[in-house]
Design a binder for this molecule. Structure first.
Ligand code: NAD
Ligand code: SER
Length: 310
């Protein structure tokens, strides 16, 4: 029976992924971990700083962990405030986990990469799988390097590590923090609270995005796909929709006609402009049958329905 450890499980994606994995594998077989207190006690949790390699190894041995979903990271905007710490957390945490697999202590790893690996030399429209990567943020640098280490451990030591380049993730279940795509969650909360939204990106800044339900399903489908189907060991491009702040505002205003937005771009504008506008994810669709379910309209209806119940 599989025993799964999630690092960074209290974050925006980890909160939702932990719940979904527990539905599949059983509550006691999915251990959440983080450096912060969990918001609720709905399953096993341990404190684990990913930089503490010894404790990581002890937990993996003691709990008989077979798979790790390694979500712990410092994201694009927060990362710029402390570049060396971000490099340390985002890269050295991954290397410790790859070593555990190399030593045969775990069988499978999930490593979330990101559209932040792209940079100003990357074609921005329908960005292909194999493109020049010259990221401008330390977050993007750490994830691009992490992808290469995953590929290296797979080719050299046979480590079964799987990865996707998530677009910006939007969900009603949890709150994002420290990212450049966070505006696309904040805007729904403002609309429902009846407040004007002050957007930190400019109105025409187009970015790839994905609804949380699709992102979590993609993650689990990738991890459950037969090993022979996984042809790419850097991050698979993954896509669902692309929109601008003005387009998401227009989608929301259909539900809340009095909703107002103002644009006040800050340092995150430059980060967003260095990323792709849209993604070609045909390899994920071909290799492990990826299909998204949510577009902007369907996501907006679901976000509003769920958030207004809270
Ligand atoms: P998040 O910032 O919400 O959560 C990250 C978690 O990592 C936090 O709970 C934090 O406490 C924890 N953490 C930070 N330092 C740690 C350390 N030293 N040891 C252990 N835990 C530590 O991030 P998220 O949005 O849930 O993203 C999860 C993963 O997905 C990240 O690796 C991120 O790079 C990737 N990703 C996210 C998005 C997105 O839009 N949310 C997009 C692309 C990729
Ligand atoms: N959503 C993430 C961020 O904005 C992309 O990895 O940092």
């Amino acid at each position: 029976m599989e025993k799964i450890l999630l690092t960074g499980a209290n974050g925006q994606i980890g909160t939702v992924l932990t719940t979904e994995l527990r539905k599949i594998y059983g509550v006691e077989h999915v251990i959440a971990s983080d450096i912060t207190e969990p918001a609720n006690n709905d399953g096993p949790f341990c404190f684990l700083d990913i930089l503490n390699k010894q404790r990581l190894q002890e937990q993996v041995k003691d709990l008989k962990i077979t798979q790790i979903y390694h979500l712990a990271a410092i994201l694009s905007a927060s990362g710029e405030w402390n570049p060396l710490k971000t490099w340390d957390v985002n890269l050295n945490g991954l290397l410790s986990i790859l070593d555990l697999a190399k030593e045969g202590l775990i069988k499978k790893i999930f490593f979330p990469s990101t559209i932040a690996v792209f940079g100003k030399t990357t074609p921005r429209i329908q960005t292909a799988q194999d493109v020049p990567l010259q990221p401008t943020t330390v977050y993007g640098m750490s994830k691009a390097t992490g992808e290469n280490w995953c590929n290296y451990y797979n080719k050299r030591y046979g480590v079964d590590v799987r990865s996707v380049r998530y677009p910006g993730i939007i969900g009603h279940q949890s709150i994002p923090s420290g990212g450049t795509t966070d505006y696309a969650v904040e805007i729904y909360h403002s609309a429902i609270a009846g407040e004007e939204y002050r957007c930190f990106l400019d109105k025409d800044t187009r970015l790839p995005m994905m609804y949380m339900d699709d992102a979590v399903r993609a993650t689990i489908e990738l991890m459950e796909a037969p090993e022979e189907n996984i042809k790419i060991r850097i991050g698979y491009n993954l896509a669902a929709m692309s929109f601008t702040p003005e387009e998401i505002y227009n989608a929301i205003v259909k539900h809340y006609p009095d909703f107002k937005i103002v644009y006040a771009p800050d340092f995150r504008q430059e980060i967003a402009e260095s990323w792709s506008e849209s993604i070609d994810d045909s390899s994920a669709r071909k290799d492990w049958n990826w299909k998204h379910a949510f577009d902007l309209e369907k996501m907006t209806a679901d976000m509003i329905n769920n958030l207004s119940k809270k």
